[in-house]
Design a protein around this ligand. Structure first.
Ligand code: COA
Length: 165
């Protein structure tokens, strides 16, 4: 399994994942996307240092995606992890867990962030359990303007290094 920068070639797969009602209900940005919009969005990712979004590939096939974005380097080095999705045929095999760990290794030991957070809809029990197993801890809850309840979980470098060994 490896993380590959999300490219135009992934666009058809991404829109089929993102537009499925079963997935869309778990995302804060839950509008449907068309192919042109997805390609344009992918193009603006190139060269960014505040947004690293990847396809998760297994045997050269895209089985999911995730991203590290909203990265701030000053005054505190921080970023958000999310846009995470695993194709329904490949779930419960540890793919999301491994992908998140690879991305956190990059976040904490390559671009040297101090902490990483995830915003998860309260109803998303699977995702919450996924992040808690990796060592994320609940920080606070908030409501979106659409009155959806969100839990913010966080992990810092020390905690990550402690949990991964
Ligand atoms: C959440 C999601 C990314 C998990 O992907 P995955 O590759 O199946 O996750 P993993 O196999 O690494 O699971 C790790 C842990 O997460 C939790 N988990 C995963 N799926 C779960 C489910 N359906 N119900 C309860 N817990 C679940 C479990 O604790 C699991 O550990 P276990 O298998 O030892 O019990 C996937 O279900 C998905 O794409 N969901 C729809 C989109 C979504 O909700 N994205 C997150 C938005 S914040």
């Amino acid at each position: 399994m490896r993380l590959v920068p999300l490219g135009e070639a992934h666009a058809p797969r991404v829109i089929s994942w993102r537009n499925a009602e079963t997935n869309r209900r778990f995302f804060l940005s839950n509008n449907t996307i068309n192919l042109e919009e997805q390609i344009a969005w992918t193009q603006q990712l190139a060269g960014r240092i505040d947004d690293f979004t990847y396809a998760i590939e297994s045997n050269s096939d895209a089985v999911g995606m995730l991203g590290l974005y909203n990265i701030k380097y000053d005054p505190i080095q921080t970023g958000e992890i999310g846009r995470i999705l695993v194709d329904s045929r490949h779930r419960r095999h540890g793919i999301a867990s491994v992908a998140i760990n690879i991305l956190l290794e990059f976040a904490f030991h390559e671009i040297m962030l101090q902490y990483v957070y995830a915003n998860i809809l309260e109803q998303n029990v699977a995702s919450r359990s996924l992040f808690e197993k990796i060592g994320f801890q609940e920080k606070f809850q908030f409501q979106t303007p659409e009155r959806r309840s969100v839990i913010q979980l966080e992990i810092n470098r020390d905690l990550f290094d402690l949990w991964k060994h």
